[in-house]
Design a protein around this ligand. Structure first.
Ligand code: Q9C
Ligand code: ZN
Length: 346
């Protein structure tokens, strides 16, 4: 399977995030993508740099003012105060219920809060460059599938994207790569696109982007938001609205649930995708369902990722895989390759 990989991911390298009230080294690191790249190369997979420009697709899944903020955020932060180039910006105030989010304040921290769902998505100098390269990979993959030049493509990109909504970042995500791929497939001629999100965390951003649409089915298997991030979305009763009613399926599972239970939910997801008669599939491939993941509580073993790939291959659909979470960095490559080779039946 062709893999898109861009060295630009290194440009996003914040040092710290907040965890249990303390500043800790980031879980979402450049090493993650490098481990995946290394395992892919070892196994003889072809790596290519994406060529498409995702701008037009980004404008369809994100708001103009959010894209404008994100593209210039680091410049604005550094211009604010001497020494900021050596500091990480974090939001500290948010427009919760009753406060206004229609007016964009001039103050940088206020704008950062307006466009953030948490304080857990640190920016660095090259965040825009890295995130844009990830979106470019998603757009390139959709273009190749639409032109029938490839059957399946793996976007080995970071930072991840599925928590990013139309106008906000969160959960280490800035641009929603899966949404870009799905929109690219739609624009390339696929009438119905399914997005299957198997990351440990609910793909709130992707769900919200497509919630009112019947042409993109969103399905997510994830830790129950009653106890797991992102907490405020991902319940089973969220089924879509307006034209999108019936085209959103959440399969929350208890933290700590068994592998057989996880595969039962995967089967339900696959049956729904088949019933939808999808023309193409986007997989938000989070690998934080791995038993050894440091921030998640499912129990998948490396061989279970082969089984996941095999089941997805059985759907028989043109597929874009987009890397999302997964924080056991050293094992990430093996687990990603297992999904890909299971899919290929290799
Ligand atoms: N600071 C993805 O997997 N924070 N995002 C967890 C550690 C949020 C995970 C607590 C986790 C977000 C793409
Ligand atoms: Zn995750």
């Amino acid at each position: 399977m062709l893999t898109f990989f861009s060295d630009s991911h290194h440009a996003h390298a914040p040092q710290y995030e907040f965890f249990r009230g303390e500043r800790v080294p980031c879980f979402e690191t450049p090493a993650r993508a490098e481990y995946v790249k290394a395992r892919l190369a070892e196994r003889g997979h072809v790596l290519r740099t994406p060529q498409a420009d995702s701008r037009a697709l980004l404008a369809k899944v994100h708001t103009a003012r959010y894209l404008n903020f994100l593209e210039h955020a680091w410049r604005d932060w550094v211009a604010l105060e001497e020494g900021n180039g050596q500091r990480q910006p974090f939001p500290s105030v948010w427009p919760v219920r009753t406060l206004r989010s229609d007016v964009e304040p001039a103050n940088f921290t206020a704008r950062l809060g307006l466009y953030s769902m948490d304080n857990g998505s640190p920016l660095s100098a090259g965040t825009w460059q890295a995130a844009k390269a990830g979106a470019d990979a998603a757009a390139s993959a959709a273009a190749l599938l639409s032109g029938n030049s490839e059957r399946a493509v793996f976007c080995c990109s970071r930072p991840p994207g599925h928590h990013a909504g139309a106008d906000f970042m969160g959960g280490y995500c800035f641009l929603n790569n899966a949404a870009v791929a799905a929109q690219g497939l739609r624009d390339g001629g696929a009438a119905r696109v399914a997005v299957l999100d198997v990351d440990y965390h609910h793909g709130n951003g992707t769900q919200s982007i497509f919630y009112g649409r019947a042409d993109v089915l969103f399905i997510s298997l994830h830790g129950d938001p009653m106890t797991e991030y992102p907490f405020y979305l991902g319940h089973a009763d969220e089924t879509g609205e307006g034209e999108g009613a019936g085209f959103n399926l959440n399969l929350p599972l208890p933290a700590g649930c068994t592998v057989p239970r996880w595969f039962e939910a995967l089967e339900a997801a696959c049956l729904r995708i088949a019933g939808f008669k999808a023309d193409a599939l986007v997989v938000s491939l989070g690998l934080d369902t791995f038993a050894e993941d440091p921030i998640s509580k499912f129990a998948l073993q490396p061989q279970d990722f082969i089984r996941l790939g095999e089941r997805l291959g059985k759907l028989g659909l043109p597929t874009v895989f987009v890397l999302e979470g997964g924080y056991a960095a050293a094992e990430l490559g093996t687990n990603a390759v297992n999904v890909i080779e299971g899919y290929e039946g290799r």
